[in-house]
Design a protein around this ligand. Structure first.
Ligand code: 5AD
Ligand code: SF4
Length: 515
């Protein structure tokens, strides 16, 4: 999430992914690879065992055999067995949606389990931002084909559900529920139908003006609470499937946002991350409602809240008032994720991004004019139809000009129901790969230089992980930098401490706690 400067510890511990643009998926390409990790995944203390998908094992346990595809005419029934497993693909919005879905299920008396094996109800919350991401769920579903007697009720949620709709039942007849993210408010009804013995239920409307609010949300990350303030997207970037899969923009009232923030603070969360595909397009539905910048300031003022993040910002709606808010309120984190997508005005026009290269760079200048340094990260797409060498050169020069602290770069992937689908897919995959590598290499050089300049500086870090190696910890600064550091203290998790950077890699810093 945004951008992240590194592969995140959260990902490794299963404590939950961090989002980039709220739509980013897990096959993204953060600059700097896992080899840049200062914390070796194998050294991490893992809180939750990695979830394993094993319908085969489940079927073996149940003593089942393959009866051929005809077996799917008899769907398992949910009945009274109330265990569920949920696997999430994609962005932070999806991660948080899953937390809310889990809350709905827990509220109905279900118990969450860590493996497919142990679950009666299996949910996949899917991402369709790029083809590779969308395919993942079908490979998961495909595993059930081999074991028709797994006895599980399977549901597909999220963007693939919205995009493919009832066709999922054709491709995977063993699926019982298909529900897109714009219809989550219907989830309790759909679950009641499944519990009543219905074999196939769907929630696929996108014309809802409701947001998905739940009585209870089961948050995975003990330190940072996600909170969606705006759902859907009213922009129409020509490559992007989100407006189709998540429907039109719907903002939550500032009163309801604040009520939840107060509860979260009461529950011990000190860091809040406000989410939306275009979070800064927030429009308070209340009369004389708050602007986004005002909402930021109010959230940051809630007693107990020490850090407020927000992602993802759209450049067109990014105004001076946001920079002024960050400047004047220390609890507002000094980090903005502002995806540019391309450095070429020609490509930006074809992408329907609604700004030129120059206008984007003016936003960067605005951010750089702040009194305190604000870290900026971005998303880039290479290989958009018709992209020329000159366009790539302009993207590279934009990287030099913007001096990002992190970039997620992607190869263009044509998506159904998008405008750019009509433009073909003129850049061969191999060439897209070459361009991606060039962009990543340039950005890596920039990050090496920028991070080296930070050596010697002191950061306030929220400690969110421990290494298996005694005395080694990891945490994040306000600017979302990862610091892997040593400390003689124990029990640092969840604490805010001062860390001096003693070394740098492209994606993280190493340091030591200042005692
Ligand atoms: N192909 C490649 N990347 C895409 N993104 C969105 N749609 C596509 C696509 N069709 C990228 C954008 C966005 C990020 C979340 O995913 O960079 O900011
Ligand atoms: Fe997709 Fe553009 Fe909306 Fe972001 S702003 S979610 S890229 S349509």
């Amino acid at each position: 999430m945004p951008p992240s400067f590194d592969v995140r510890l959260d990902d490794l511990t299963g404590a939950r992914a961090e989002s980039r643009e709220a739509t980013q998926d897990s096959d993204s390409n953060p600059v700097g690879s896992t080899s840049e990790l200062r914390v070796n995944p194998s050294e991490l203390r893992v809180d939750k065992s990695p979830t394993r998908h094993s319908p085969a094992k489940a079927a073996r346990r149940a003593g089942s055999q393959h009866h051929g595809d005809g077996a799917w005419s008899t769907h398992p029934v949910l009945g009274d067995e109330r265990t569920f497993y949920i696997e999430t693909f994609g962005c932070q919005m999806n991660v948080h949606d899953s937390e809310k879905v889990a809350g709905v299920l827990l509220g109905r008396g279900y118990q969450q389990v860590e493996t497919v094996d142990a679950a009666k109800l299996v949910f996949y919350n899917t991402c369709s931002i790029r083809e590779k991401a969308a395919q993942k769920v079908f490979s998961r579903l495909g595993e059930f084909r081999k074991h028709p007697d797994h006895g599980k009720v399977i549901g597909v949620l999220g963007c693939v559900a919205q995009q493919e709709g009832e066709e999922i039942f054709e491709r995977a007849p063993w699926v019982s529920l298909v529900c897109g993210s714009a219809s989550y408010s219907k989830l309790p009804t759909l679950l009641a139908q499944l519990e009543a013995g219905n074999r196939r239920v769907t929630g696929l409307d996108t014309d809802t003006d409701e947001t998905f609010e739940t009585e209870m949300t089961r948050r995975d990350n003990p330190f940072r609470a996600y909170l969606t303030i705006i759902e859907g997207c009213d922009k129409s970037c020509s490559y992007c499937v989100v407006p189709y899969t998540r429907g039109p923009e719907r903002s939550r009232s500032s009163a309801s946002v604040l009520e939840e923030v107060r509860k979260l603070a009461g529950a011990g969360y000190s860091e809040i991350q406000l989410l939306g595909q275009t979070v800064n397009s927030y429009r308070d539905p209340a009369p004389r409602g708050k602007t986004f910048a005002e909402l930021l300031v109010t959230v940051a003022a809630v007693p107990g809240i020490r850090r407020v993040r927000f992602t993802t910002s759209h450049p067109r709606d990014f105004g001076r008032d946001i920079v002024e808010a960050i400047d004047s309120v220390p609890a507002l984190c000094d980090h903005v994720h502002l995806p540019v997508q391309s450095g070429s005005t020609r490509v930006l026009r074809a992408m329907q991004r609604t700004y030129t290269r120059e206008e984007y760079l003016e936003k960067i200048a605005l951010i750089r004019s702040a009194r305190r340094p604000i870290s900026v990260t971005s998303d880039i797409i290479v290989g958009f139809p018709g992209e020329t060498e000159q366009d790539v050169a302009e993207t590279l020069s934009l990287l030099d000009a913007a001096q990002y602290d992190g970039v997620f770069a992607f190869q263009y992937s044509p998506r159904p129901n998008t405008a750019s689908l009509q433009m073909g897919d003129s850049i061969p995959e191999e060439e897209k790969g070459r361009r991606l590598a060039i962009v990543q290499d340039r950005q890596r050089e920039i990050q090496v230089a920028r991070n080296n300049e930070l050596v010697g500086q002191t950061f306030e870090v929220l400690v969110d992980g421990a290494s298996r190696r005694p005395g080694q910890w990891t945490g994040r600064s306000s600017s979302n930098r990862i610091l892997n550091f040593s400390s003689p203290h124990s029990d640092l998790l969840g604490q805010y401490i001062q860390v001096r950077a003693t070394g740098a890699s492209p994606n993280s810093l190493v340091g030591e706690q200042i005692i």
